[in-house]
Design a protein around this ligand. Structure first.
Ligand SMILES: NC(=O)CCC(=O)C(=O)O
Length: 307
């Protein structure tokens, strides 16, 4: 059947020029944390890891998906915090805000279960060096999978999906945010690249079935297709826990290269990001110029509707 796509219908402007970040070279810290059923302990533990990463020079620290609570539908309602109701209602994000301010670092605060009215979300908060909440990303694609005999999980039993992609300007560049299962949806990463992101951070907790096959593959694909940095941060594995996480927090460069990674135990990865590598790789392989926008297009709903 003939295609109905007409080039003149293509309304997406070409990808933005990469914005100039305040710093182009810095250390990132990925805190692969053990998570227990004791929320207070998890908060104290996460704080100590953030402090250690900052002491080792990290200007950006990333935490895992659901780091203050066990990863289970039974736990989400119990551990959820009302982030918008202020520090007393959200001790986890209060800690992140204070740590970011005192250490003068940017924090991509993994995710926690968020309560908002009668809904629950899987939410990542991003804090600036002054401790202010810059953005909140609510997981857009809920983890609902069924691999019989291996793993069945339905986040949608308790959680509601977020409705907004999140790109945030920070002192360490323009960062796109996805949470775990969000990494499977390439259009989201393409959208972030088109909006000028230097780095996409995915707090995540892949599982023991898909993790070995897909986790690194997806990260490298998102990085090499979009010629930007990808950072992931997972919880450490608890082999006796209800949900057994794959671990393997990783930093990928814009050529698809694994710059730093780890196994499944607790770890703090410190690695260097150098945004000049993005320009270099985009010059080596000028994919954006070669893209056939006359034949196919990613439509950025937000940007086209505001034109
Ligand atoms: N927490 C998650 O979204 C897990 C995603 C996952 O394991 C996958 O295979 O996808």
């Amino acid at each position: 059947m003939a295609s109905t796509f007409k080039p003149e219908q293509a309304r997406v402007p070409p990808a933005l020029q990469l914005p100039s970040p305040p710093i182009t070279k810095f250390k990132i810290g990925l805190c692969q944390l053990s998570v227990t059923a004791d929320k207070e302990r998890n908060i104290v533990h996460a704080r100590a890891a953030i402090e250690e990463a900052a002491e080792k020079g990290a200007k950006l620290v990333v935490l895992p998906e659901i780091w203050n609570s066990p990863y289970s539908n039974d736990s989400f309602p119990i551990y959820a915090e009302d982030i918008d109701a202020g520090p007393d209602a959200s001790p986890s994000t209060a800690m992140l805000s204070e740590a970011a301010r005192l250490l003068k670092i940017t924090i991509v605060g993994g995710s926690i279960p968020e309560r908002s009215g009668d809904k629950l979300y899987n939410t990542c908060c991003i804090f600036d060096t002054d401790g202010k909440l810059k953005a909140k990303h609510r997981k857009i694609h809920l983890f609902d999978i069924d691999i019989p005999g291996k793993i069945t999980f339905k986040e949608s039993q308790t959680l509601t999906a977020g409705e907004t992609p999140t790109v945030v300007d920070t002192e360490v560049g323009r960062i796109g945010i996805g949470i775990c299962y969000d990494i499977r949806f390439q259009e989201l990463a393409m959208l972030y690249a088109a909006r000028g992101a230097h780095l996409i951070c995915y707090p995540g907790a892949f599982n023991m079935t898909t993790g070995p096959l897909h986790w690194e593959l997806l990260q490298r694909a998102r990085a090499v297709d979009n010629q930007l940095y990808v950072a992931t941060c997972a919880p450490a594995r608890d082999a006796g826990g209800g949900y057994v996480a794959w671990g393997h927090s990783t930093l990928i460069g814009p050529f698809g290269e694994v710059l730093a990674t780890t196994e499944h135990d607790e770890a703090i990865i410190i690695s260097e990001i150098d945004y000049s590598q993005i320009d270099l790789r985009r010059t080596n392989l000028p994919l954006e110029k070669q893209r056939r926008g006359d034949l196919y297009q990613l439509v950025d709903v937000q940007r086209s509707s505001s034109q």
